[in-house]
Design a protein around this ligand. Structure first.
Ligand code: TXA
Ligand code: MG
Length: 350
């Protein structure tokens, strides 16, 4: 089966396509659709068989729960057992938008969605196509990112087709997504709300409305997170090439330059995933460069990150050399994705 590919342009023809996509969801099929973060792979969230197809298509382990998407915050009690105060504050501030809250599972939600657990991840996306699809379907939509398991998340319909083109019924194409990194996931079931995955909303932003929110440190650096939290497996967002992730202080840039030289000298096909500020690090070297833009605009760097990893894969590089862009704001989200792309291996300059 090859997916039906529908290009949406905001014109009147969209309504027809969206109505059909809603019907595909209601009938238990799979529709890939854009959100403001990344493309999602959607199925009827209250239909366990439909949700099972998501896991099959992605090659995703059954132990990793999927997020339930809603057209409106008003529908949250249809899928959740309760709405704690922390979730009330967060959702009224950030929905519709790139925030997923973990709540007690409502009885209507199949255990397939929650990977057998008592909690459910819920979000109201901000993308007009995602919202239109949710309204057309008239049911909650379970959707992980629309990539094959452990691959970088898709930020364009082409990325979706590359991974899943023959495994979904329909792909709704509305161009590149805005944030380029996934939603921030916050567990609201504990007394102190915990960030499980840094994402498009920064921790600093969350703290403005919930000052006591905490970051589960293992969410970013610690391999024990594999056991503690589903979906935080280290081999994640991984391109086919080996990722050489550099961190460090004043000597970081010279370490990156030295590594690029060494990799080229070793006869490898080398990719550099850098920022414009680092351009001179590749001068005179035979490397494929992809820039994440300026260090001063981390929102742009985040938006380009997964696309850049995929672009370097398409150039068939053996190795991708990349450096830490800092941990403040979206820097932390970018670090998290790079750390997983590098499968937890970090190189330190001294
Ligand atoms: O931006 C996004 O969140 C995108 C778009 C499509 O909405 N979706 C997405 O889904 O990134 P996925 O499945 O690729 O990542 C969801 C993350 C996983 O790390 C999963 O383990 C976690 O959320 N998650 C989902 N339900 C959970 C639950 N009940 N408890 C803990 N973690 C949960
Ligand atoms: Mg994913």
């Amino acid at each position: 089966m090859r997916a039906e590919w529908v290009r949406l342009d905001g014109g009147p023809a969209d309504a027809n396509a969206l109505a059909r996509a809603g019907e595909v969801i209601r009938q238990g099929g799979l529709v890939a659709f854009p959100t403001e973060t990344v493309y999602g792979l959607g199925a009827h969230a209250l239909d366990a068989d439909a949700v099972a197809k998501i896991f099959d298509a992605k090659g995703r382990p059954a132990g990793d729960p999927v997020i339930v998407h809603l057209a409106s915050a008003d529908a949250v009690m249809a899928v959740a057992g309760s709405l704690p105060e922390s979730a009330r504050i967060l959702t009224s501030t950030f929905w519709p938008g790139p925030l997923t809250v973990i709540l007690d599972r409502g009885a209507a939600v199949p255990l397939r969605v929650t990977a057998g657990g008592h909690t459910v991840g819920v979000r109201v996306p901000a993308h007009p196509v995602a919202l239109a699809l949710l309204r057309a379907a008239g049911v909650p939509i379970a959707a992980p990112s629309a990539n094959r398991f452990s691959r970088p998340s898709p930020t364009t319909a082409d990325d979706v087709a590359e991974d899943l083109g023959d495994r979904v019924d329909m792909i709704l194409d509305a161009g590149a997504t805005m944030h380029g990194v996934e939603s921030t996931v916050v567990d609201c079931t504990s007394a102190i709300p915990m960030v499980l995955r840094p994402g498009a909303i920064t921790i600093e932003g969350l703290r403005l409305v919930l000052p006591h929110i905490e970051m589960r440190t293992s969410a970013v650096r610690d391999a024990s997170a594999v056991l503690a939290a589903p979906g935080t497996l280290l081999k994640h967002y991984a391109p086919r090439a080996e990722v050489r992730l550099w961190t460090g202080g004043a000597s970081l840039r010279s370490a990156v330059r030295h590594d690029l030289e060494q990799q080229v000298a070793a006869g490898r096909r080398v990719g550099a995933l850098l920022v414009d500020d680092d351009r001179e690090l590749t001068t005179g070297l035979a490397v494929e460069c992809v820039s994440l833009g300026s260090l001063a605009h981390l929102d742009e760097a985040a938006a380009r990150l997964f696309a850049a990893l995929r672009a370097l894969d398409r150039l068939h590089v053996d190795v991708i050399v990349v450096r830490d862009l800092g941990r403040a704001g979206l820097g932390l989200t970018i670090w998290d994705r790079l750390y997983r792309a590098a499968e937890g291996r970090v190189l330190e300059s001294n």
